[in-house]
Write a protein that binds this ligand. Structure first.
Ligand code: ADP
Ligand code: MG
Length: 696
C-alpha cells in the first residue's frame, strides 16, 4: 500500500504531468493509491442490451446494438447537426450530433455493428439519442457490466476529463501495478468472507454485476470501519488502563433508606438493570464514562438519583448539570423533594443564584456538607470547588461540548464517574462509533400505566376541527402546547409566523391565558413565560422549539406542531414527549400543508404509527444520514468515511467492531508481523493524533 501512496499519477499512461496537476487540484488525487480509492458514486447498467421496440417513456441510459443505415447533415449555423439513422431490426432511432460533425461523419460506417450507450428521447414521435457513446462490438468486451460514474468537477469536465476518462486512467493504473498488497491478514479475510483487496478494488471500478459489486463494497467498507473501530478501541483501552477512578464498594445508609422507605414507585425492570450496570462500573476502580439512553419519560432522573446516593454512601459528593435554567430548577425540585426525606443536602446553582446563596454553596461544597449540587453550566465555573466530587450526571448531553464536560473532572484529583443522560436515542452502531469509548446503557421500557400518545397528521383545511378539539381539552382543565419551527435562514419570517399564530390563538380562545416563548427573548423573560405555563397560570403555550428539551408539565395533554414538515423525525419525537406525562390521554397533532414530497409524507406518517424512539432514530438516520452527528463530531473522532455509511451500514459496523476487539485482545500493541500492515495503515489514517482520553 505504501508504494502505491508514493507512486505519482503523472507516471500513469494517459495522465502525464498537466492532467496530474489538475486531478490533484480538483480532486486531491496525487498518488495511485488516491486514484484507486476514487470510487464511483453510482453505476450505469451496461449489463443488458435493449431492443429499440422495447423503449418506452422516460428511460435512463440504455445500450442498443445495431447498424447505421445512413448519415445526413441537416440545418445550418447553430442548428447544424449530423443525424445517423440506426436500426437493430426491431425499429429505428435517430442518432444526433451537434459537435465535431466533420470528424464523426467519417468515423462510423454504415453496415458495421456498433453498441450505443445513451439516453433515448421521444421527439416528434420518433426516437432519438444525442451524443451517445459508441463502441464497435469487438471493443466493448471490457465495457459490459456496470459502469462507474465518478465524482468530477466543472473544471475537469472543461478540460475534457469525463467519467469515462477517469475510468480509463484507473484501468491503466491497475495494469501498471502487479498486485495491491493486502493489509488484512488471511485469517481475517477468511473469517469475514472478504474479497482480497486486489479483487475488491478492480471490481468496484468495473463490476460485472450487482452481486460482485456488493461483495467489493462490503470488503472496502469493512476495512474502513475496521480501522475506525481499532482506533476507537485502542484509545479507550489505553484510557481504561490509565484513568483510575473512585472505587465505590459500598451500598449504605443513603441508598438503602431511600430505596426501602422513600421510593415513590416500583422501579421498572429496565431501570433496575441499568442501575446494576452503573453500580458494577463504579465498583471496578476505573473511571466510569457511561451514556444512559432512555426515551422521554422513561425515568432517567430516578436512576440518576439512586446512583448519586451510592456516591454519597462512599463519602463523595455528586453533581447534576442541566442545559437550561428551567431544567436545572425542575431537577432541583424533584430531587430535593425526594432526597430531603433522608437528610441529603441538595442545592441549586445557576446564573441567577444570589451572591448570599452562592457563598453558602461554595462553603458547603468545600467543607463537604453539601451532598448534591444541581445546576446549569454555572457548576463548572472555576470558583466552584468540591471537597470530593465522586459522581457527575449530565442531562441532555448534546447541549454540552466535549470541553465543558472534561472541565468537570479536572475538579478533582481522582476523576469523578460520569453519567451522560440523553433522550435522543442513538442507534447502537452509531453510538459505538460516535461515542467510541462510552459504555452505553439503555432504558428500553416506560413506567407502567402510560397511555401512548395518539399522533394525528392534519392539514390546513381541518384547522377548525383541531381548534375545536383543543377547546374540549382546555375545558377539561388540560394544557396545550403549540410549537412553531424556527429556522435560522429565515428567522424574520418564522417570527412573523409565530406572532400571527399567537394572535390567532389568543383570538380563538379568549377565555384562556396564553403564554409565549421564543429563542430571541431574554432568558429571564423566557423563564417567566415558561413558569406561567408550568404552574398552570397559563393554559396554552405558544413556542418555538426552545421547549424541546426536558420540560415537564404532566397536565399538558395536547402538542400541536405547526409546519411539522419542517422538523426532523427525532425533533418531532422529542416534542411529542412533552405530552403523555400525566394520567390523561394525550394527543400530538402534526399540522402540515397538503403538498409535500413523498419522503416528507413518509416521515410524518411514521410518526403517526410508532411511539418508539429507537425506531424513529433509526429511520431518521436512514433518511437524513448521520450528517449532524458526524458534523458536530461529538466524539472528536474525525469520521471522514470514504465508502462506509454509518446510517446504512450498521451490520458491517458490528462485524468490524468484533474483528477489532478480537485483534486487540490478541495483539494489543499490534506488534505481531501479520498485523504490521494494519498498524501502518492506522498510523497513516489517524496521524493527526487526537487525545481521546479527555473525551466523554
Ligand atoms: P426522563 O427519562 O424523560 O427524564 P423522568 O425521569 O422525568 O423521565 O420521568 C418521567 C416521569 O415518570 C416522572 O414523573 C417520574 O416521576 C415517573 N417515573 C419514573 N420512574 C417511574 C417508575 N418506575 N414508575 C412510575 N413512574 C415513574
Ligand atoms: Mg429528563
Amino acid at each position: 500500500m505504501n508504494s502505491l501512496r508514493r507512486y505519482e499519477i503523472k507516471f500513469i499512461k494517459g495522465i502525464g504531468p498537466k492532467r496530474a496537476e489538475l486531478l490533484e487540484k480538483e480532486l486531491g488525487i496525487r498518488s495511485v493509491y488516491d486514484l484507486l480509492h476514487h470510487f464511483p458514486h453510482s453505476y450505469l447498467d451496461r449489463s443488458s442490451i435493449y431492443h429499440i421496440n422495447q423503449l418506452y417513456g422516460e428511460m435512463p441510459m440504455v445500450q442498443l446494438r445495431g447498424r447505421f443505415v445512413s448519415f445526413n447533415t441537416i440545418g445550418e449555423g447553430a442548428k447544424l447537426r449530423l443525424v445517423g439513422l440506426f436500426t437493430d431490426g426491431t425499429g429505428t432511432i435517430e442518432i444526433v450530433w451537434f459537435k465535431r460533425i466533420k470528424i464523426l461523419k467519417d468515423m462510423y460506417l454504415p453496415g458495421i455493428e456498433y453498441i450505443l450507450f445513451g439516453k433515448p428521447e421521444m421527439f416528434n414521435n420518433k426516437w432519438s439519442m444525442v451524443h451517445p457513446e459508441i463502441d464497435t462490438t469487438r471493443s466493448t468486451g471490457d465495457m459490459l457490466g456496470l459502469r462507474g460514474v465518478y465524482p468530477l468537477t466543472e473544471k475537469l469536465r472543461n478540460a475534457g476529463i469525463s467519467s469515462r476518462t477517469i475510468h480509463s486512467f484507473i484501468q491503466s493504473a491497475l495494469q501498471s501495478i502487479r498486485l495491491i498488497s493486502d493489509p488484512l491478514p488471511a485469517y481475517i479475510i477468511e473469517r469475514y468472507k472478504l474479497l482480497p483487496l486486489n479483487e475488491a478494488i478492480a471490481t468496484i471500478h468495473h463490476p460485472k454485476g450487482h452481486d460482485q459489486l456488493n461483495r467489493a463494497k462490503y470488503r472496502l467498507k469493512f476495512e474502513e470501519l475496521f480501522y475506525l473501530q481499532i482506533n476507537i478501541l485502542r484509545y479507550s483501552s489505553r484510557r481504561n488502563a490509565k484513568l483510575t477512578g473512585f472505587q465505590f464498594p459500598r451500598i449504605g445508609r443513603f441508598f438503602n433508606q431511600f430505596y426501602n422507605e422513600c421510593l415513590p414507585f416500583e422501579l421498572t425492570d429496565a431501570q433496575k438493570r441499568v442501575i446494576k450496570e452503573i453500580r458494577a462500573d463504579m465498583g471496578t476502580g476505573r473511571q466510569m464514562n457511561r451514556l444512559l439512553q432512555g426515551d422521554v419519560g422513561s425515568g432517567k432522573t430516578l436512576v440518576a438519583l439512586l446512583c448519586m446516593l451510592i456516591a454519597l454512601d462512599n463519602n463523595t459528593q455528586a453533581c447534576l448539570m442541566a442545559p437550561t435554567e428551567i431544567l436545572a430548577t425542575q431537577h432541583f425540585e424533584t430531587i430535593s423533594q425526594m432526597a430531603s426525606k433522608i437528610g441529603v443536602n441538595v442545592k441549586l446553582l445557576t446564573g441567577s443564584t444570589r451572591k448570599k446563596e452562592r457563598d453558602i454553596i461554595h462553603t458547603q461544597l468545600e467543607n463537604g456538607s453539601l451532598h448534591i449540587l444541581i445546576g446549569t453550566h454555572a457548576v463548572i465555573e472555576d470558583n466552584v470547588k468540591f471537597k470530593n466530587l465522586g459522581f457527575v450526571v449530565i442531562d441532555e448531553q448534546h447541549r454540552f461540548g466535549v470541553m465543558q464536560r472534561s472541565r468537570l473532572w479536572e475538579k478533582n484529583n481522582t476523576p469523578p464517574h460520569v453519567l451522560v443522560m440523553t433522550a435522543t436515542p442513538i442507534p447502537r452502531t452509531l453510538a459505538m462509533t460516535v461515542y467510541g469509548d462510552l459504555d452505553v446503557s439503555v432504558i428500553d421500557q416506560l413506567p407502567p400505566g402510560r397511555k401512548p400518545v395518539t399522533t394525528l397528521l392534519k392539514y390546513e383545511n381541518s384547522r377548525l376541527d383541531v381548534y375545536k378539539a383543543i377547546g374540549r381539552q382546555l375545558k377539561l382543565g388540560r394544557q396545550v402546547y403549540i410549537v412553531y419551527p424556527l429556522i435560522k435562514e429565515n428567522e424574520k419570517l418564522d417570527l412573523k409566523c409565530l406572532e400571527e399564530g399567537y394572535q390567532s390563538i389568543v383570538d380563538t380562545f379568549p377565555s384562556y391565558k396564553v403564554a409565549y416563548v421564543h429563542g430571541r427573548m431574554k432568558p429571564a423573560e423566557k423563564d417567566w413565560q415558561m413558569e406561567l405555563f408550568a404552574s398552570h397560570k397559563a393554559d396554552i403555550l405558544v413556542a418555538t422549539t426552545v421547549i424541546e428539551v426536558g420540560v415537564n408539565v404532566p397536565n399538558a395533554s395536547v402538542m400541536v406542531i405547526e409546519n411539522a414538515e419542517r422538523f426532523g423525525l427525532s425533533q418531532l419525537h422529542q416534542l411529542r414527549g412533552r405530552v403523555g406525562r400525566g394520567a390523561d390521554k394525550s394527543y400530538c397533532v402534526l399540522m402540515s400543508k397538503p403538498q409535500m414530497s413523498r419522503e416528507t409524507h413518509q416521515r410524518l406518517e411514521l410518526m403517526t404509527t410508532t411511539n418508539d424512539g429507537f425506531v424513529i432514530a433509526e429511520a431518521d438516520l436512514k433518511m437524513r444520514g448521520p450528517g449532524d452527528l458526524e458534523g458536530t463530531m461529538q466524539s472528536g473522532i474525525a469520521l471522514n468515511l470514504q465508502i462506509a455509511n454509518l446510517a446504512t451500514d450498521g451490520p458491517i459496523v458490528s462485524l468490524a467492531r468484533n474483528a477489532a476487539e478480537d485483534l486487540l485482545d490478541n495483539d494489543p500493541q499490534l506488534s505481531l508481523p501479520q498485523h504490521s500492515a494494519i498498524a501502518n495503515e492506522l498510523n497513516i489514517l489517524f496521524n493527526k493524533k487526537i487525545d481521546l482520553s479527555r473525551i466523554s
